[in-house]
Design a protein around this ligand. Structure first.
Ligand SMILES: *[C@@H]1O[C@H](CO)[C@@H](O)[C@H](O)[C@H]1NC(C)=O
Ligand SMILES: *[C@@H]1O[C@H](CO)[C@@H](O)[C@H](O)[C@H]1NC(C)=O
Ligand SMILES: *[C@@H]1O[C@H](CO)[C@@H](O)[C@H](O)[C@H]1NC(C)=O
Ligand SMILES: *[C@@H]1O[C@H](CO)[C@@H](O)[C@H](O)[C@H]1NC(C)=O
Ligand SMILES: *[C@@H]1O[C@H](CO)[C@@H](O)[C@H](O)[C@H]1NC(C)=O
Ligand SMILES: *[C@@H]1O[C@H](CO)[C@@H](O)[C@H](O)[C@H]1NC(C)=O
Length: 616
């Protein structure tokens, strides 16, 4: 195939693009590229920003521009009184959430924090980029991110995405202790060594990341382990009185929840874009004082049933905010000996024992959901802690003594579960699921029901844990498939369809685990749920054969189990229907399971007509 000259030219551009990809600064006019598969995206990072006259001389207006609260800026910027005015050129660090945004196949992905900005009278992409955003983005890049907006035909109120240049440390950088790549606009009076010494880093490191051809007003990235402490002018004396006692807590909380806010905005942006929630709803009053979101942002959130402000105040009322020192002490500085599993530690303090889960900023979804739910079959959240230094969030739960169902069923070191206990566990889990599916508003989908997320207490009663993947709101489509092999519903894998019925499916798999004592997926990759195919089609003898083949050896000698196991398998089969619409609701499952339980046990316990066979 022969190439025409213009094809050749664009092909060599294409090559150049790839040659330089990742090694050096990218074309600066449209921003900086990122690999869509870089695991460190998205990340929380900071931009260096200077207060300017006349519009940006207080934290509230700067916070409005970037959709963050004043506290979220004052804290990393070493400003003790968020409400006092700033002086021109006062230095600030503003937190942003940096993500890798895929543009199109030729263009690849650009690394940016996408900040929406409503156009005002007289604005152009150029003026807002070079003015309000201080060259942290360029008008060319704004055009790339807003392909449907015509730059010459902007109307007041148009919502434009301004991509603020940022980068997340790549895997190697993260390993060498780089926590943030701070976005900094190189000023005409700067040179690399002066910038390096200001941030306490090596000039060579700046060179490695930003190359040698840095022009004034280019955005460069400064690799730091932690933010340098800015020295700030003395605040007016009266400002810091009276509030000092709880400051640490509140600031930390605001940081964490503020990050949530940013994430939430991103999420809501996506949702709104898809018109998932067409109805309008007032989202509530925003307190000016500790304002987390600007009024405009609140307007953007219209129609969403999640009230962030209410969430925040709920947290404050209902939960204890722990101190990071407290948690460190309780867990021997998060020593491995205190590890329960994953990132969950056991810690004892204040005379109680707790399970402490360490997370990055993504704790928020779980926090938001857990504060809405309260049910005996869900693990209870006791409080949380936000460590502003490394942006870690800790969720503190009640500690459940007997570990997870998985180890009871599949590991030998724990005791034996009788059929009665297994049935009760199934009912407990079903009750917990019914509650989140049918009695919360908006509905919550757990998305990761499996035996290792079911915990057993002292009395072997079950509680559902780990709402880390849970989603509120239903019938959403996700592109990012999460969950656990062996439990995931087929429609979720194929279409990304999220609904309560995917939990019903996973619950069906748990029922099979309880019956069979086998794992959801065996060493050869065989799915447990496939073993029940055709169960309902068989005649009675065939069914009995299947039940015998499937049933846990440890149950066979128990009385009453056969008929009851058969009933449970019928429920499981219904839950595992490939068509989500034909799966039962959790309410139906609870009903069927309790009837089965009564049939087998309650009669006996009540002393009524107990068949002699069942007596022990
Ligand atoms: C990420 O994708 C690039 C190609 O786009 C590939 O070269 C690289 O190996 C991938 N890295 C990982 C960690 O998968
Ligand atoms: C941004 O860059 C332009 C030149 O490209 C310059 O005129 C302007 O002063 C810069 N803005 C700021 C806030 O430094
Ligand atoms: C990719 O995006 C760039 C920037 O918006 C645009 O110029 C280009 O035409 C797009 N290419 C394709 C194939 O859509
Ligand atoms: C960098 O700037 C500082 C003052 O800002 C100056 O003292 C120093 O000589 C400059 N270094 C170089 C290499 O230009
Ligand atoms: C990370 O970035 C540095 C500096 O740009 C580069 O030298 C290194 O190869 C990158 N590592 C990976 C895994 O991409
Ligand atoms: C914060 O700013 C004040 C005032 O400039 C300064 O004295 C102090 O050392 C800075 N650092 C911290 C950690 O407070």
């Amino acid at each position: 195939m022969k190439m025409k000259p213009h094809q050749l030219v664009s092909f060599s551009w294409f090559l150049l693009f790839f040659l330089f990809h990742g090694s050096r600064a990218q074309p600066r006019t449209t921003g900086y590229t990122c690999r869509a598969n870089q695991t460190t995206y998205p990340c929380q990072t900071y931009i260096f920003y200077q207060a300017t006259s006349p519009n940006f001389l207080d934290l509230a207006s700067i916070g409005d521009l970037f959709h963050v609260s004043r506290l979220m800026i004052s804290q990393p910027s070493n400003i003790s009184s968020p409400s006092s005015p700033l002086i021109p050129h006062q230095s600030l660090f503003i937190p942003i959430t940096c993500s890798c945004n895929s543009i199109n196949a030729t263009f690849g992905s650009l690394s940016a924090a996408t900040i929406t900005y409503p156009i005002k009278e007289g604005d152009t992409f150029y003026l807002v980029s070079t003015g309000d955003f201080q060259n942290l983005t360029t008008y060319e890049s704004v055009e790339v991110f807003n392909p449907s907006s015509v730059p010459t035909r902007l109307r007041v109120g148009d919502e434009i995405v301004f991509p603020v240049f940022c980068k997340c440390p790549n895997e190697t950088q993260a390993q060498t202790g780089v926590n943030y790549l701070v976005s900094y606009v190189f000023q005409p009076y700067d040179n690399l060594s002066s910038v390096a010494s200001r941030f306490g880093v090596q000039t060579q490191d700046l060179n490695n990341i930003n190359g040698n051809e840095i022009r004034p007003f280019d955005t460069i990235f400064i690799p730091v382990n932690q933010l340098p402490i800015l020295s700030q002018p003395e605040p007016p004396p009266e400002a810091s009185l009276g509030k000092t006692e709880r400051k640490g807590t509140i600031v930390g909380l605001a940081t964490g929840l503020g990050i949530c806010g940013v994430l939430l905005i991103v999420l809501l942006g996506v949702l709104l874009h898809r018109d998932v929630f067409p109805s309008k709803r007032d989202i509530g009053r925003v307190e000016d004082n500790d304002k987390l979101l600007s009024n405009r942002t609140v307007m953007e959130m219209k129609g969403i049933e999640v009230n962030l402000m209410a969430d925040v105040s709920d947290c404050l009322d209902k939960y204890k905010v722990f101190n990071i020192e407290e948690l460190r002490e309780a867990t021997d500085c998060f020593d491995e000996s205190c590890l329960i599993q994953g990132s969950v530690y056991k810690g004892s303090f204040n005379g109680g024992i707790y399970a402490i889960k360490k997370m990055k900023w993504n704790a928020c979804e779980e926090l938001k959901i857990l504060q809405k739910v309260n049910h005996g079959n869900l693990v209870k959240l006791e409080g949380f802690c936000i460590d502003p230094e490394d942006a870690n969030c800790y969720l503190v739960y009640e500690f459940i003594e007997n570990g997870c169902l998985y180890s009871w069923l599949h590991q030998n070191n724990t005791g034996k579960l009788s059929w009665k206990t297994r049935l009760r566990i199934a009912m407990d889990v079903a009750n917990g699921l019914q509650y989140i599916h049918e009695h919360t508003s908006p509905k919550v989908v757990h998305k990761d029901i499996k035996s290792s997320n079911i915990l057993l207490d002292n009395n072997l009663r079950a509680k559902i844990a780990n709402f880390g993947l849970a989603k509120s709101g239903c019938n959403a489509i996700t592109v990012h498939i999460v969950g656990t092999q062996g439990y995931i519903a087929p429609e979720y894998v194929s279409d990304g369809l999220v609904s309560t019925k995917m939990d019903v499916f996973s619950f069906g798999v748990v029922l099979l685990e309880l019956v069979s004592g086998r794992e959801a997926i065996d060493e050869e990759g065989k799915l447990l749920w496939a073993s029940i195919n055709g169960f309902l089609d068989g005649n009675e003898t065939e069914k009995v054969e299947i039940v015998k083949g499937l049933m846990d050896r440890r149950l066979v000698e128990e009385s009453c189990s056969m008929e009851s196991v058969m009933n449970v398998l019928v429920v499981a089969t219904a839950c595992l229907n490939k068509d989500p619409a034909r799966r039962p609701r959790m309410g139906d499952v609870v009903y069927a399971l309790s009837k089965n339980y009564d049939l087998c046990f309650d009669v006996l316990e009540d002393g009524l007509s107990a068949p002699p066979l069942l007596a022990r």
